[in-house]
Design a protein around this ligand. Structure first.
Ligand SMILES: Nc1ncnc2c1ncn2[C@@H]1O[C@H](COP(=O)(O)OP(=O)(O)O)[C@@H](O)[C@H]1O
Ligand SMILES: [Mg+2]
Length: 233
C-alpha cells in the first residue's frame, strides 16, 4: 500500500533521513520506533508531503507521490494526526471534527460523525464542549478523530501516547486496534516501543535517520538489542 525507497531528507546541513526504506501493507498496523531525533516525524512529514525528500521515492496505492502536494496526498487517502495533539482549543469538539472533514461532501459528514462517535463515546458526550477544556487523553482522541474525518485508507499517528497517564495510554492503544478493525491501515510512531509492539503486526527500528532493524512485532519484542535499547532491558 505504502512504500518508501531510499529516502534522504535534509534540514539545511542536517541529514535527518539517510536512506529510509519501509513498507506498509493494507490492513496492517506497522510501528516505527526510535529515540528522540531518530527521524520518525520527518518520515511522516515526507509521506504527507510537507517535508520533501532530496532523493528517494514514496509510492502509495501504486502511485508515485514523492512530489505530490499535501492536499493531493490527503485526497488520496492518507491522514496524519501530528505530534502534540494539536486541537483548536476555542472551538467545540464537533467543530474540531468538522475542520478535519474538508474533503467530505457536506451530506456525508454525518457518516463520519457517527463512525467517530461510535469509536469515541467520550467525544460524543462532549460534542458541545470546548476542546481546550478536555483532558489530555480526550484531546488526543479528538486529534485522532479529526484525522479520521476524511475517511482515510492509511492513518498515521505521531506519538499518540506522549504525555498521557498510563491508563489513558492503554485506552489510546485499544482505540488504535478498533480503528484497524474498521478497515483503516495504521502507521504508528511511538517512543513507547513496548506498547506499540504489542498492538503492531510489524515494526521498524529507526536510529539516527536509518532503519536499523525490521521484523514482526513479535520478534522485535524478543530481540535482545531492542529489549536493551527500547524496552528497558
Ligand atoms: N524543522 C527542523 N529544522 C531543523 N532540524 C530539524 C527540524 N525538524 C527535525 N530536525 C532534526 O531532524 C532530526 C530528526 O528529527 P525528527 O524527525 O523530529 O525525529 P523524531 O520524530 O524521531 O524525534 C533531528 O536531528 C532533528 O533535530
Ligand atoms: Mg517526532
Amino acid at each position: 500500500m505504502l512504500e518508501l525507497k531510499d529516502v534522504h531528507t535534509y534540514y539545511g546541513s542536517i541529514h535527518a533521513l539517510k536512506g529510509v526504506s519501509l513498507k506498509v501493507e493494507q490492513g496492517e498496523i506497522v510501528t516505527l520506533i526510535g529515540s528522540n531525533g531518530a527521524g520518525k516525524s520527518t518520515t511522516l512529514a515526507g509521506i504527507i508531503g510537507i517535508k520533501k525528500p532530496s532523493s528517494g521515492t514514496i509510492t502509495f496505492m501504486g502511485k508515485d507521490i514523492t512530489k505530490s502536494k499535501p492536499h493531493e496526498i490527503v485526497g488520496m487517502g492518507i491522514a496524519l494526526s501530528p505530534e502534540g495533539r494539536l486541537v483548536f482549543p476555542e472551538f467545540t469538539v464537533e467543530e474540531n471534527l468538522r475542520s478535519g472533514a474538508y474533503l467530505r461532501k457536506k451530506g456525508t459528514f454525518n457518516e463520519s460523525f457517527d463512525m467517530i462517535y461510535e469509536l469515541f463515546p467520550r467525544l460524543a458526550e462532549r460534542r458541545k464542549q470546548l476542546a481546550g477544556t478536555l483532558s489530555g487523553g480526550e484531546q488526543q482522541m479528538l486529534a485522532i478523530g479529526r484525522a479520521l474525518m476524511n475517511a482515510p485508507k492509511l492513518l498515521m499517528l505521531d506519538e499518540p501516547s506522549l504525555g498521557l497517564a498510563p491508563n489513558l495510554v492503554i485506552q489510546i492503544f485499544e482505540l488504535i486496534k478498533k480503528i484497524r478493525k474498521t478497515g483503516v491501515t495504521v502507521l504508528l510512531i511511538e517512543q513507547n516501543a513496548n506498547l506499540a509492539l504489542r498492538i503492531a503486526d510489524r515494526g521498524y527500528v529507526l536510529e539516527t535517520g536509518s532503519v536499523k532493524l525490521t521484523d514482526s512485532a513479535k520478534n522485535l519484542l524478543k530481540n535482545g538489542e531492542v529489549k536493551k535499547a527500547y524496552l528497558g532491558g
